[in-house]
Design a binder for this molecule. Sequence first.
Ligand code: SR1
Ligand code: MG
Length: 407
Amino acid sequence: MSRFDDYFLMKEEDVIAYVLEKHTLFDQNASLECREIGTGNLNYIYKVRDKKTDHSVIVKQAGIHGRLNPNKLLNTDRNRRESETLILHNRLAPGFAPEVYQYDKTMSCCLMEDLSSYNIMRDELLDHKIFPLFAEHITTFMVNTLLLTSDITMNHEEKKEQVKAFINPQLCEISERLVYTDPYTDIHGKNRVFEPITDFVVKELYGDKKLHLEVAKLKFDFMNNAQSLVHGDLHTGSIFIRADSTKVIDPEFAFYGPMGYDVGSIIANLLFCWANADATITDREKRRGFLNWVEHTIADTIDLFKVKFKVAFEKHVTEIMAKTDGFLDWYLGTVLTDTAAVAGLEAIRRVVGIASVADLTSIENPDARARAEKIVITAGKNLVLRRASYNTGQDFIQLLQQTAASI
Ligand code: SR1
Ligand code: MG
């Protein structure tokens, strides 16, 4: 018998006892300390450290309620999907995800590598630090994890079993609501619009029926296109970074969906850091230097993704009809169209929706924040409405620069 034979939501002292009982990393007599370090909306993340040796481990437990909305009951099986996804990511893209030591179905928690020498990418970008290897790293991660979980390369029966194993009804419903519905309707009354841009949001988002039609089409693509195992929430807060290394964390939203969902999310989040830097760095030279790096990173993410995708496709394709001349270009074209669309949707929802980003909310000057938010919304709308016209990195940069010049 163990006190961990039935699920309960652990507190810091329980986590210490749990780790001592369940894991061999620490000596039974070790003096351990534990801190809850989670900043996300759904789970509890504990760092357990041996005060003497400094060895540490992360314990991530799924609670039965959301942290943003305690009335919302959530299925704790998301911890299984997350653990399995991290393990799979490390197999398909070695070194790009934390190592999972063990998953505990009963307690809905997993033990994983502590990435204490890394920092959350969003925080680093808000300090205007640059990461010259990021585009190289993230494109390898995305091409490997997306292409190698698709029907292009997988046995189709096995892939369908995977679709079943990773079906994620509750968290997909959150995205359907927060990404594809609320920003255009505020139907649940939860949007958080920065007061000075209220009229702009009412006209440009709630009042634009042409935009609603395109978002409706994209919502059905999100719900029905089981293309690849996508991370499902690939923003800069889901990335631990160092100058020499990038680790993708937090795949609890993983499910079989459109590849462009991940690529687009990365692009949008780089857009937020661009808008933040544009609004907050006062030194002209410093600002131009940082914006240049962000622009290059956006462009490289698109262009390197395309190059690596083509190489990996030729190397790994097994589906006989996908080998037909012209198919690769057509297929990649659809992924890029989805990328642009999702970049636009993610951009818009993080400005007006409940899940905002510090890149925008931390801009202290109200005029500068209003301008930054208008830039993001305007670029976002263009990406959704004209999604088939963004095919190269340069197309994205041009849109960003032209939009900023117009506002
Ligand atoms: C209730 S969860 C809100 C948001 O946080 C997550 O990181 C996802 O982006 C989700 O949309
Ligand atoms: Mg998360």
